[in-house]
Design a protein around this ligand. Structure first.
Ligand code: BGC
Length: 747
C-alpha cells in the first residue's frame, strides 16, 4: 500500500473531551511533523527501490526497442483479437490482455465477440461505480480495487478497463451507474483509492473515458464544446488526480470529440495536457472503435488501437486496423517518423513492466468469500437512506410480523446487464432473497410482482390490485423498483435504462410504477420504497406519501443481504448521494438550458461550471434530495470549527459527536464559498470530507487541510489557476444543503 494517502488521523481517543483549541492545534502540528519525519525515514528506501526498478525497466525497454523490427513494433500498437494486442514472442514480449470492467472481471469472450459460455469465468460482482462512490470511503475504493485486481490476475488479465469516472452531467446518461459523481473532488478521492487497489495487485487499471463522454446518445462522434474553465474545474480534475496521485498505468480515450477533434487523439488533451502537463508516461488506448484515421491518430497521441469494427469488410483482418498496415505504410514512406511509433511501443512496454508481465506475478484469487465480503461492505456503506418519516426504519424484527415485498426489481438479478460492464457472478442475492435470509421464519414475507419489465410496459391494473391487496394485509409494504439493466448485451432493445449505448428517455418511473406505489401506499401507509438504478428518478407522484425511501444503486452480488441489514437495522446506513436528485428533469442545468443531448453533431456545455449542486445551490433551485444527502439511524452533533489560515491554506479542526443511541458513521463534508471574486463562483464547492464511525456518545476531533487549490478558480483569460485573496466561508455539513457549522476566514 505504499504511497496510499494516510487518512487524516484522529488524535483523540473515543469520548475524550477537548481541552482547549490551542493545545489541540499545537498537538496536531507536532504530531503531523513527527509522522511526516517517520514516513520519510521508513519510506525512503522503498521510494529509492522503486526509482531503481524504474530505471532498470527503462534500460530494458530501450534495449528491446533496438531489437525490434518496424513490423513488430506496429504489431504491438493495435488489437489482434477482441481484447488483446500482439506481442513479440521471439523477444519474450507477451500479448497484452485487457478485460472489462469497472465492477468485476467480465465473462470470457475468447478472441472474438461471442461469449464463451464455457464456464469458469464468473467473478465477484462488486457494487457499481455510483454505489461505490456513495460510500464516500476511499479506503473501500482501495479494497474494491484490490478485489478487482486480484480476480483479474487470477483470470490472466493484464489491464482492467476501469474505473469509469466521467462527470454526471445529466441524470439521463445510461452509463451514470458505472461512473462516480457530479463532483470532481469526490471522484478524485474515490478513483485514486480504486486505482491503487487494482495496481497494488500488479495489474494495470485503465482510466476511462478521457473525456467529455457525458452522454451515450451520439457518443461515437458528438463534438463537445465547453469553456476552458469548465474543462479545468469540472471535467478534468478527476482524471488529473488519477494520473498524478493514483499513477494510473493506462488511460482510455473516449468516443466523442472535444472542440472538433476526437478525444482519443486530441492533441490538446492527450499530447499537451495528459502527456505534457501531467507527465503521463503510460499508454493511451482507444475505446473500442474510437479511432477513425491513421496519421491524425498516430500524431494526436493515441498509443493503442482497440476494437475497430471490421465487420463491414469482406475479409475482416486485424492488419486492416488504422494502426496496422496503413501505419506501416506511412512510416515506410517517411510521412510518420519511426520515433512516433517507438514512443507508443515504449509506453506499452512500460505498462508491461509495471504489470509484471516479464516476471512472476503473485497469485490472484477468484470469487472468494473474502471478496464477496468486500462487495457486501461496499454495499452496506453505499446504500443510501433518503427518507425516514416517523422512523419507519429500521424495522423491528420482533414487532413486524408480515411484510409485503412488491416489485419486479425485488427478485431480479442485474449483474449481466448494462453492456460492457456485465459480469457473471457465482450468485446474486436479490432484495427478496436478502430479506428472506434475514427475516428467517419469524416474519411472513409475501411477494407480488407489481409491474412488468418489458418493452413499453404500462401500469397493469391486475398486478397493482394484487400488490395493494398484499400491502393491506401486511404490517409493512416494501416496494422495490426504479430503473433496470438490460440482460442481453446484444439486444439493445431490452428495456435497458441503465445501459451502455443508450440514455434514458426521461426521468419518469417506467412500467407504471408511479401508479403502483400510489396504490400500495393507499392500502398501507407503512410503505418503504427501495430504488435500484444509476441515478435520480422522478418521485414527485409519491415522495410525500411514503414514509421510507432507500436508494440502492446496483449493490453487487451481496446487495440483497446488505439492503436487508439496513432495513432491519443490523447495519446503520451511511451512504450519501454523489449526484443531486432533482425534483424534475427540467430542473437540472443542461436540461433547463436545452443543452442536452445536442443536435447529434455538437453539444454545448452552456451551464459551464454550474454542474450538479454547483448549479442547484447557486441558482437556489430546490432539489428533491441534495448532493451529499443520506440519513442515519443515529444523529451527529457538529462542533464549531477552529480554523488556522496561513500561507494561503487553512487547517480546519472540529469535533463531531454521535449524540444518538446507535453506533453509526457520518460523512463530514467541507465546502468552500468564495465571498467575492472577479468571476462568478459557485455558492459552495466540496473541498474535503471524512467518513467517521462513532459509538453512541463518542466524539472525535477531525482535521481537514484546505490547500491553495481549494480556494482557487481557473481563469480562462490568464489560462491558469488563480487565488484571489479575500474572505472565504468554510461550510461544514452533512450534505450540500445541510450545513451545520460555518466559519469565515481571510486569506
Ligand atoms: C466501452 C468501454 C469498454 C469497451 C470494451 C466500449 O464500448 O465504451 O467502456 O471498456 O467497450 O468492452
Amino acid at each position: 500500500m505504499s504511497g496510499w494517502p494516510v487518512r487524516h488521523a484522529v488524535w483523540y481517543a473515543p469520548g475524550q473531551t477537548i481541552k482547549t483549541n490551542k493545545i489541540i492545534m499545537k498537538n496536531v502540528i507536532v504530531r503531523t511533523c513527527v509522522l511526516s519525519a517517520l514516513w520519510l525515514l521508513f519510506n525512503r528506501p522503498a521510494v529509492q527501490g522503486q526509482q531503481q526498478a524504474g530505471n532498470d525497466a527503462e534500460a530494458k525497454i530501450e534495449s528491446l526497442l533496438k531489437k525490434m523490427t518496424l513490423e513488430e513494433k506496429i504489431g504491438m500498437i493495435h488489437a489482434n483479437s477482441s481484447f488483446t494486442s500482439t506481442g513479440v514472442p521471439r523477444l519474450g514480449i507477451p500479448e497484452l490482455t485487457t478485460s472489462d470492467g469497472p465492477h468485476g472481471v467480465r465473462p470470457e469472450h475468447g478472441r472474438d465477440w461471442e461469449l464463451d459460455n464455457k464456464g469458469g469465468d464468473s467473478s465477484t460482482y462488486l457494487p457499481v461505480g455510483i454505489t461505490l462512490a456513495s460510500t464516500w470511503n476511499p479506503e473501500l475504493g482501495y479494497a474494491f480495487g484490490s478485489v478487482l485486481g486480484s480476480e483479474a490476475k487470477y483470470r490472466g488479465k493484464d489491464v482492467i478497463l476501469g474505473p469509469g469516472i466521467n462527470i454526471m452531467r445529466t441524470p439521463l446518461n445510461g452509463r451514470n451507474f458505472e461512473y462516480m459523481s457530479e463532483d470532481p473532488y469526490l471522484i478524485s478521492k474515490m478513483a485514486v483509492g480504486y486505482i491503487k487497489g487494482v495496481q497494488d495487485q500488479g495489474i494495470s487499471a485503465s482510466l476511462k473515458h478521457f473525456m467529455g463522454n457525458n452522454q451515450e446518445i451520439s457518443r461515437s462522434g458528438i463534438n463537445v464544446e465547453m469553456s476552458e474553465r469548465a474543462l479545468r474545474e469540472i471535467y478534468l480534475p478527476g482524471f488529473k488526480a488519477a494520473v498524478m496521485e493514483g499513477n494510473v498505468n493506462t488511460v482510455m480515450g473516449s468516443y466523442n470529440k472535444l472542440r472538433g477533434e476526437y478525444c482519443t487523439y486530441n492533441d490538446y488533451l492527450i499530447n499537451k495536457i495528459l502527456k505534457g502537463e501531467w507527465g503521463f508516461k503510460g499508454l493511451v488506448m482507444s475505446d473500442w472503435g474510437a479511432i477513425h484515421s491513421t496519421k491524425e491518430a498516430l500524431l494526436g497521441g493515441a498509443d493503442l488501437e482497440m476494437g475497430t469494427d471490421l465487420s463491414m469488410l469482406p475479409n475482416p483482418d486485424y492488419n486492416k486496423f488504422y494502426f496496422a498496415d496503413p501505419a506501416l505504410k506511412l512510416v515506410r514512406s517517411g510521412e510518420i517518423a519511426e520515433s512516433v511509433i517507438d514512443d507508443k511501443v515504449r509506453r506499452i512496454l512500460r505498462v508491461m513492466y509495471k504489470t509484471h508481465m516479464f516476471d512472476k506475478r503473485t497469485p490472484g484469487a477468484y470469487a472468494t468469500k473474502e471478496h464477496a465480503m468486500v462487495a457486501r461492505k461496499v454495499a452496506e456503506e453505499g446504500i443510501i437512506l433518503l427518507q425516514n418519516k416517523k422512523n419507519i426504519l429500521p424495522l423491528n424484527k420482533t414487532t413486524v410480523k408480515t411484510i409485503a415485498v412488491i416489485g419486479a426489481n425485488a427478485n431480479r438479478e442485474n449483474a449481466m446487464g448494462g453492456g460492457s460492464s456485465q459480469i457473471r457472478p457465482p450468485y446474486e442475492v436479490t432484495p427478496l432473497k436478502g430479506l428472506q435470509n434475514l427475516a428467517g421464519n419469524n416474519i411472513g414475507i409475501h411477494f407480488e410482482q407489481g409491474y412488468t419489465i418489458a418493452r413499453n410496459a404500462q401500469a397493469d391494473p391486475a398486478l397493482i390490485q394484487k400488490a395493494a391487496d398484499a400491502a393491506k394485509k401486511a404490517d409493512v409494504a416494501i416496494v422495490v423498483g426504479g430503473w433496470t439493466h438490460g440482460y442481453d448485451y446484444n439486444k439493445w432493445d431490452d428495456n435497458a435504462f441503465d445501459a451502455e449505448g443508450f440514455d434514458k428517455p426521461d426521468m419518469n418511473m417506467p412500467f407504471g410504477q408511479d401508479e403502483l406505489i400510489s396504490a400500495v401506499v393507499k392500502a398501507n401507509p407503512n410503505t418503504i420504497v427501495v430504488l435500484y438504478g444509476g441515478g435520480p428518478i422522478d418521485m414527485t407522484a409519491w415522495v410525500n406519501k411514503v414514509k421510507g425511501i432507500i436508494q440502492a444503486g446496483y449493490p453487487g452480488l451481496e446487495g440483497g443481504n446488505a439492503l436487508a441489514e439496513i432495513i432491519f437495522g443490523d447495519v446503520n446506513p451511511s451512504g450519501k448521494l454523489t449526484m443531486t436528485f432533482p425534483k424534475k428533469l427540467e430542473d437540472s442545468p443542461a436540461h433547463k438550458l436545452g443543452e442536452y443531448p445536442g443536435d447529434s453533431i455538437n453539444v454545448h456545455y452552456k451551464e459551464d461550471i454550474f454542474v450538479g449542486y454547483r448549479y442547484f445551490d447557486t441558482y437556489k433551485v430546490k432539489p428533491q434530495f441534495a448532493f451529499g444527502h443520506g440519513l442515519s439511524y443515529t444523529s451527529f452533533k457538529y462542533g464549531k470549527p477552529l480554523i488556522n489560515a496561513a500561507n494561503n491554506m487553512a487547517t480546519v479542526t472540529m469535533n463531531i459527536q454521535n449524540v444518538g443511541s446507535k453506533a453509526g458513521a457520518e460523512v463530514v463534508q467541507v465546502y468552500v464559498k468564495d465571498r467575492k471574486a472577479s468571476v462568478r463562483r459557485p455558492e459552495k464547492e466540496l473541498k474535503a470530507f471524512q467518513k467517521v464511525t462513532l459509538q453512541p456518545g463518542e466524539a472525535k476531533l477531525l482535521t481537514f487541510t484546505l490547500n491553495k487549490e481549494a480556494f482557487s478558480f481557473f481563469d480562462d483569460k490568464q489560462m491558469q489557476w488563480v487565488l484571489e485573496l479575500g474572505e472565504f466561508d468554510i461550510l461544514v455539513g452533512s450534505s450540500s444543503q445541510d450545513i451545520r457549522v460555518r466559519s469565515r476566514i481571510k486569506l
